[in-house]
Design a protein around this ligand. Structure first.
Ligand code: AHR
Length: 654
């Protein structure tokens, strides 16, 4: 790395126009490091999440059985199939006349008929999982189910993980006796020296004729921190690596639902999973609600991130609640929910939280009132917001209330009767558009106005294929390097203004990459039952979030397409300079760090650069990943070449 003097020092005052033009055109980036221009919001970068693309069921929530409660389809036991051998026949059917309880209102009936003609006689029911059941060698799997036998049958029930044709058994266990009443059963299945595969099925079998009903049939692999009802380890690790400061949940459209009845009804998501019926989500499939409110909070705690709680505010896609008396029960419900998170154990809902295993209250700063209420064409949001705002402030004056209509929306859709503490803006934009609008975007915002929460943002590559359209489903589920550049330009825009853009998060976070599993693209992190990968945008976010510090430094650029943001750690003095080159040629820039007399001559450069069309996928998970190199000859004026289609973080030490 060669050093370059400040461009103007090359210039002598001569009248040659061409020479003057050459000097003026020398690309440069100047960082004012003498004094901080602002404080980085301590919650600046976080995560947004909801049940879309099989984010939870078939994703982060580690349950391996799809349709475990047999409620996914009222007509047939989807994802379950009978198998039989050697004289026994197996028939399966949904049986709502034998419900587990008033929440799990049906069960699966297995009828084994015939007579065993050999020791191999068996009648079984098998689950195909979420596009496969993943298995690893030397691993314990927690199998559990409820069962009830008809007179004449008392067991045993064999529990196994097998190859799809049943020829190979990867792990097996046995429940010796089942009674005529509903009872829970548990078996640990341990694999031996088996291949790693997701080409497997989960099987419950009997070896004698008889009838048995099953409910809530579950199989968990080892989970993050070994928590019961917990999270998939690889995906949690990827999230932790993003250094999120908050988690916005439960949506998104998943909060609102298509109808009021199918909103995220938090009270129904608490307690044992046998008490959770699940509900039809807005993204074309049913949610098990295995990942309920307490699991969201556990997830926050696991990541050391603060919850940003979105409360249902009376708007569902096909139905709305009128402001006024009709809305009051929902306002009360939101107050209960806040009490569940933050109340003392002596309070009703704080006490429920303690019963659910978490006596300590959770830290809560922000409550979001609804989601994307600019879609409510009745114009009721202002009044609905006011009703929630007044009630929340009356009970919890310290809480910050977020309106879901930001300044990217027309004025008439925004809240005017109250001043929201923050507004949530959503930006799904073509990468080129982000690159174009990012410079100066948030600099224009009125610092005296509400704080900004960019609660959903993502770049897509082809401006004609919007993420929510059917055409998007024919595209790769995660974005390529072009989108990462748009995302990085947008992140730089938000980070330059991280005093005012108090929080921001990409959406959607997760995608199960199997055909038919996703409803939206692009998404940040992809996976199948066994493997996971980060998109180039994921790595760009990690680079930004892992290197941010707490102070904003003013950074300006001249005559370069490279976009930038500079921040600093006030304790160590380390400066983080982000550089985003949206062009397909390397860009040389003079970097001037003003207000410091010296810099350590070596610096780390973290670089994510690739062909614009390059991407990661389930088969090539690490094609585009950041590389760290060491620069030498670093000083307050030095030159640096930003690689083509490249995102760089320079870590400059004093
Ligand atoms: O992130 C996907 C969806 O986009 C969210 O559910 C919704 O808030 C937005 O329209």
């Amino acid at each position: 790395m060669s050093s370059l003097l400040h461009p103007l020092r090359h210039c002598v005052p001569v009248a040659l126009l061409s020479f003057v033009t050459l000097c003026a055109a020398e690309p440069s980036i100047t960082i004012e490091a003498g004094a901080a221009a602002g404080k980085v919001s301590p919650l600046h970068a976080g995560l947004m999440t909801e049940e879309i693309n099989h984010c939870y069921d078939g994703g982060l929530y580690a349950e391996l059985v799809q349709n475990r409660a047999f409620l996914d389809d009222a007509k047939s036991p989807v994802h379950w199939s009978p198998t039989q051998n050697a004289g026994l026949t197996a028939a399966i059917t949904l049986d709502p006349s034998q419900p587990l309880n008033d929440r799990i209102t049906t069960s699966l009936r297995l009828d084994a008929r015939g007579a065993a003609t050999s020791p191999a006689a068996i009648a079984s029911v098998a689950n195909d999982g979420f596009w496969g059941i993943p298995i690893q060698p030397h691993t314990n799997y927690q199998a559990s189910f409820y069962a009830k036998a008809a007179p004449g049958f008392s067991g045993p029930i064999l529990v196994s993980i097998q190859s799809p044709n049943g020829d190979t058994t990867y792990a097996e266990g046995k429940v010796l006796r089942v009674s005529g009443e509903w009872k829970p059963y548990e078996v640990t299945l341990t694999t031996g020296d088996v291949p790693t595969t997701m080409n497997a099925r989960y099987v419950l079998s009997v070896k004698q004729p008889g009838t048995v009903w099953f409910s809530l049939v579950s199989l968990f692999p080892p989970t993050w921190n070994n928590q019961p009802n917990g999270f998939r380890k690889d995906l949690m690790q990827m999230l932790v690596d993003m250094h999120p400061k908050f988690l916005r949940f439960p949506g998104g459209n998943y909060l609102e639902g298509d109808t009021i009845a199918t909103r995220f009804d938090w009270k129904k998501t608490l307690g044992p999973i046998s008490q959770r019926s699940g509900h039809q989500g807005p993204w074309e499939y049913r949610s098990s609600e295995g990942l309920g409110l307490m699991e969201f909070l556990q997830w926050c705690e696991d990541m050391k991130a603060e919850p940003v709680l979105a409360v249902y505010a009376g708007y569902s896609f096909r139905e709305q609640v009128k402001p006024g008396p009709d809305l009051e029960p929902y306002v009360k419900d939101a107050l209960d929910e806040i009490e569940y998170l933050t109340g003392p154990t002596s309070s009703k809902w704080g006490g429920e939280r303690a019963k659910d295993g978490h006596p300590e209250p959770f830290k809560l700063t922000y409550v979001e009132i609804g989601n994307e209420d600019f879609f409510d064409k009745t114009g009721s949001y202002d009044a609905r917001f006011a009703q929630f705002y007044d009630a929340i402030k009356a009970h919890y004056p310290q809480l910050q209330c977020i309106s879901t209509v930001g300044f990217e929306q027309p004025d008439k859709r925004r809240v005017h009767s109250r001043t929201p503490d923050a507004v949530d803006e959503h930006y799904y934009r073509a990468a080129d558009e982000f690159v174009k609008v990012a410079p100066g975007y948030y600099e224009k915002y009125d610092r005296k106005g509400p704080k900004i929460f960019v609660g959903e943002w993502a770049a897509f590559e082809d401006p004609k294929i919007k993420p929510w359209t059917k055409g998007a489903r024919n595209q790769p589920p995660t974005p390529d390097m072009r989108a990462a550049i748009g995302d990085a330009a947008w992140m730089a825009a938000m980070e330059r203004n991280a005093d005012h853009v108090v929080m921001q998060c990409y959406a959607p976070l997760f995608v199960n990459v199997n055909p038919g599993a996703y409803q939206w693209r692009p998404n940040l992190i992809g996976y199948d039952a066994l493997k996971s990968f980060g998109s180039p945008s994921y790595y760009a976010i990690c680079m930004f979030n892992q290197n941010i510090g707490d102070e904003i430094l003013k950074a300006s650029s001249t005559d370069t397409a490279v976009q930038t943001s500079a921040t600093r750690d006030s304790k160590t003095g380390e400066i983080y300079l982000k550089l985003v080159n949206p062009t397909t040629t390397a860009q040389k820039v003079a970097i001037n760090v003003k207000g410091v007399t010296s810099l350590v001559s070596t610096a780390a450069a973290i670089t994510l650069a690739a062909d614009p069309l390059a991407t990661n996928s389930i088969v090539e998970p690490t094609k585009v990943v950041p590389v760290t190199t060491s620069l030498s000859d670093v000083k307050p004026g030095f030159s640096y070449e930003v690689p083509a289609t490249g995102i760089v973080v320079l870590k400059l030490k004093r």
